[in-house]
Design a protein. Structure first.
Length: 140
């Protein structure tokens, strides 16, 4: 393998781990806050019109999703975790917009969604479900 290709693979792997750790932390911390019904999370969810039991459901899924994207193996489960993260983040952006919280509050979850998408796109071959991913769709 030539040095240039090796360097690109190393850079891609570093990019993957940086974005994956950021995405995991972006879900683990609020997931725990949801599960513990942290005061500021309760206030936010009440403001957005969600029932308090939703915090427990959302918190459990956030913690599980954060764990799944960092552990080795389970490529199908990773696909579901990444999809769930995008559903959560786009739903948060829409919720903030509908609640009238302003564009800045809607952009924040969309920026985090960009990190999640980067993590998904940079996955090493061992973490990709066969027949999926950008490479699989562009080769058909």
């Amino acid at each position: 393998m030539n040095n240039s290709l090796s360097q690109r693979m190393k850079t891609r792997l570093i990019g993957y781990w940086v974005t994956t750790v950021l995405a995991a932390v972006a879900f683990l911390a609020p997931g725990i806050a949801n599960l513990t019904h942290s005061a500021h999370i309760v206030q936010d969810m009440t403001h957005l019109g969600y029932p308090l039991y939703f915090l427990t459901i959302l918190g459990a899924w956030k913690v599980l999703g954060a764990l799944v994207i960092v552990i080795p193996g389970y490529p199908r489960l990773k696909e579901w975790a990444y999809a769930g993260m995008l559903f959560d983040l786009t739903g948060a952006a829409v919720s903030r917009t509908i609640a009238g919280d302003g564009i800045a509050m809607a952009i924040i979850p969309l920026l985090i969604a960009g990190v999640v998408i980067a993590s998904w796109a940079l996955r090493p071959p061992g973490r990709v479900l066969r027949g999926t991913g950008i490479a699989a769709t562009t080769q058909k």
